[in-house]
Design a protein around this ligand. Structure first.
Ligand SMILES: [Zn+2]
Length: 229
């Protein structure tokens, strides 16, 4: 079994994705057990085993923060709700549509996955701060890959969680879904590239730990060139 949470720093752990799944970050601070993104849900039972290895039961999960609502990030919420009652956090522009019963932005239909309705009770906006014990996550609205894409800045630990906005190796999220916007993605990447963080945890592929600022700058430059904005 290769899918085991890796400790990044302090209470922050990451499970790098299997196939189509998103990466899943896990924060364990005092009595707060927080998942950031949940994958598709296909690997729910192995996620449960991986959490068990960190001494956490699925039923202990108190919060789920979604970097955006695409099916490969939100799909895993449903099986978690079978055993836990976490607060679910998502940016307003996607949460309000989901709460109104519009599940189209999850792209469940595009990928042939049935995504039942869901209630989002933690509606996020730019500048919000999520506090879990002694760790705080600053919410940055970084649209482009989707309208409600966010990054989460854990400034004390020098960690930025980048969802599908910024990837390793000068890469970045696609913008060709209905809710994507190339110009906004470039603006979001510019904003990220001007920030200071030592580690970036993207929504897919590897954690960025070396020359992180240079890597973010490269993603911005590549996107600017590709989309000619
Ligand atoms: Zn996505």
């Amino acid at each position: 079994m290769i899918s085991i949470f890796e400790n990044i720093s302090g209470p922050v752990h990451v499970l790098v994705s299997r196939s189509f799944d998103s990466n899943i970050a896990f924060l364990k601070c005092e009595n707060h057990k927080v998942l950031i993104d949940t994958g598709t849900g296909i690997y729910h039972s192995s996620l449960e085993r991986d959490l068990n290895q960190l001494g956490t039961e699925m039923s202990d999960i108190t919060d789920i923060v979604l970097t955006h609502c695409h099916i490969d990030h939100i799909g895993g919420v449903l099986p978690i709700l079978d055993s836990a009652s976490p607060q679910i956090h998502l940016h307003r522009s996607e949460a309000e549509r989901i709460n109104a019963g519009d599940m189209s932005q999850t792209l469940g239909d595009t990928f042939g996955v049935d995504m039942p309705r869901l209630r989002i009770d933690g509606i996020l906006d730019e500048g919000d701060i999520l506090e879990f014990g002694d760790i705080s996550l600053d919410v940055l609205s970084t649209p482009g890959h989707s309208s409600g894409s966010i990054c989460l800045n854990i400034e004390d630990l020098g960690i930025l969680i980048t969802g599908d906005t910024l990837f390793a190796g000068g890469s970045f999220g696609r913008v060709d879904f209905p809710d994507g916007d190339a110009k906004k993605l470039v603006e979001s990447l510019k904003r990220i590239s001007e920030m200071n963080f030592a580690t970036a945890i993207p929504g897919h592929m590897n954690v960025i730990r070396h020359n992180t600022k240079g890597s973010a700058r490269q993603s911005y430059e590549m996107a600017k060139m590709m989309f000619r904005v």
